[in-house]
Design a protein around this ligand. Structure first.
Ligand code: FMN
Length: 464
């Protein structure tokens, strides 16, 4: 058994109801419609905690997705992906108070907010949760998001990633502006904080870098676990530099193995131990008590996708002209014609690879896109899905999985009921009821790795 296989799997549960990857989620009778209630998220977080998941992850975008003409009608009328997005930090704050162990994965874009605002929000949640925050670093992709944030157009990818490098650097500096021992609270001596152990951020103050210090003592993790899903070469360079958890959405086992190898190599070249990266493959599992049970669940999900809505949503996603779409055409040609529409090269490469391999027509692509966004979707008994996930781990294709549920909470319940016990049996997850291996999320994820920043001595700057 390889070194990788001996490490427990990392499990991340993606939660973004009701207009999520499975396009008909909000129409399916088994979906809970109460997704505007805090208790909905708390119940899911407790389920994930029981099921040995490491992180409850909330994706985010800052706009209702538009079509080629800048219209949001299709998305809204059809309940297309992203029609609704709750603010991740707000939801995860509610979850923090009602749970004890689950990691809280919040998506926050680096393209619009000042680093100080990001640092204070993440530090607050890290305090309130006792060190359980993970930051999914995204750079946003669309003009619609830019306009909502007061900017005319989204910047080109190279500029967005260059800004992301600066923003992450500043956020980490701000979050580490208090030494771990700076908060004294000595009531007798009248000393609240040791000002010699609270630092301004290092200069120079070009490009509006916040001087700090942060108006909060150092949080339990120092800074959140860093998550990222770079798929383009520049995105992977960014992940290799910063990320501790990386999401990959590639074409099957081989595609994921290739991306994981590249990420690990890039991390090594960047001077990191490749084991610091936990590469997690996105999957949309359909689990049942038996193969027949799972197959009938899959059929019930598929029955809720109608071709007309699927085509409309593909046309919207790829910014195509509805009148010009020919459903029998090869999907690869359609994708090539609309290259760049999603703002994500890596995602479009993955779509093209699957469509080429499967010889998909535009109609096939539309239906699969609405079902699972072409994410691998293992369907079967808990044992058969667990076997498949172990195979991926043993083949070096993944250190863990981002489980994207078709419907909520049902698909996660099925995973926890059927797949998790089989993963535990195979030694890939800690036993049920096992105490947490450490108090913070970072320590639990990477017990054998010294957390970033912790091994560097604190160097106070001169206070003004
Ligand atoms: C599992 C998964 C979750 C993602 N979640 C988000 C998200 O919440 N918000 C977002 O803007 N992008 C999200 N992305 C997209 C990535 O941030 C990134 O833009 C994409 O992987 C393309 O990489 P690139 O920017 O290097 O081309 C996600 C990607 C994956 C694979």
């Amino acid at each position: 058994m390889s070194e990788t296989a001996r490490r427990p799997l990392t499990l991340i549960g993606m939660v973004n109801p009701p207009t999520q990857r499975f396009a008909a989620a909000w129409r399916h009778p088994d979906s809970d419609r109460d997704w505007l209630r805090a208790g909905f998220y708390v119940d899911i977080a407790r389920l994930l905690e029981r099921g040995g998941f490491d992180v409850m992850f909330m994706p985010d975008a800052l706009a209702v997705p538009e079509d080629a003409l800048g219209d949001v009608t299709t998305t809204l009328a059809s309940g297309g992906k992203g029609a609704v997005t709750l603010d991740p930090i707000t939801v995860l704050s509610a979850v923090a108070g009602a749970t004890t162990r689950i990691g809280l994965g919040a998506t926050v874009s680096t393209s619009f907010l000042p680093p100080y605002a990001i640092a204070r929000t993440l530090a607050s949640l890290d305090h309130l949760s006792g060190g359980r925050v993970a930051w999914n670093i995204v750079t946003s992709t669309t003009d619609a998001e830019a306009r909502n944030m007061g900017v005319e157009r989204i910047a080109p990818k190279s500029q967005r990633y260059a800004r992301a490098d600066r923003v992450v650097t500043q956020v980490l500096q701000l979050m580490e502006s208090w030494a771990p021992t700076a908060l004294v609270q000595d009531a007798r001596e009248g000393v609240f904080a040791d000002q010699l152990r609270v630092a301004r951020t290092p200069g120079p103050r070009e490009q509006g870098a916040a001087p700090g210090p942060l108006s909060l003592p150092r949080s339990p993790q120092g800074h959140p676990v860093l998550m990222q899903a770079g798929a383009s070469p520049r995105g992977m360079e960014f992940a290799a530099k910063w990320a501790e958890l990386v999401f990959v959405s590639a074409d099957g086992l081989e595609g994921n193995r290739a991306v994981r190898s590249e990420l690990r190599e890039r991390a090594r070249l960047a001077g990191r131990d490749p084991d610091e990266l936990r590469v997690c493959a996105a999957i949309q599992p359909i689990a049942g008590s038996t193969k027949i049970d799972a197959t009938s669940r899959r059929a019930s999900l598929l029955a809720h996708i109608d071709e007309a809505s699927a085509v409309r949503s593909l046309v919207r996603l790829m910014h195509a002209d509805p009148a010009a779409v020919r459903l029998q055409d090869p999907a690869v040609d359609f994708l090539a014609e609309h290259r760049g529409a999603t703002g994500s090269d890596g995602f479009e490469d993955m779509l093209a690879a699957v469509c080429r391999r499967e010889a998909f027509t535009v109609r096939d692509l539309a239906l699969r896109q609405s079902f699972d966004q072409l994410t691998p979707s293992p369907t079967g008994s808990g044992a058969s899905i667990a076997e498949e996930l172990c195979e991926w781990q043993d083949a070096g294709a993944a250190d863990g999985f981002v489980v994207t549920p078709a419907i909520l909470p049902g698909s996660l319940e099925d995973f926890v009921e059927h797949v998790v016990p089989e993963l535990r049996l195979r030694g890939r997850l800690p036993a049920e009821g096992a105490p947490p291996s450490a108090s913070t999320l970072r320590e639990r994820l990477a017990a054998k790795i010294s957390p970033r920043g912790e091994d560097q001595p604190f160097e106070p700057q001169v206070m003004d």
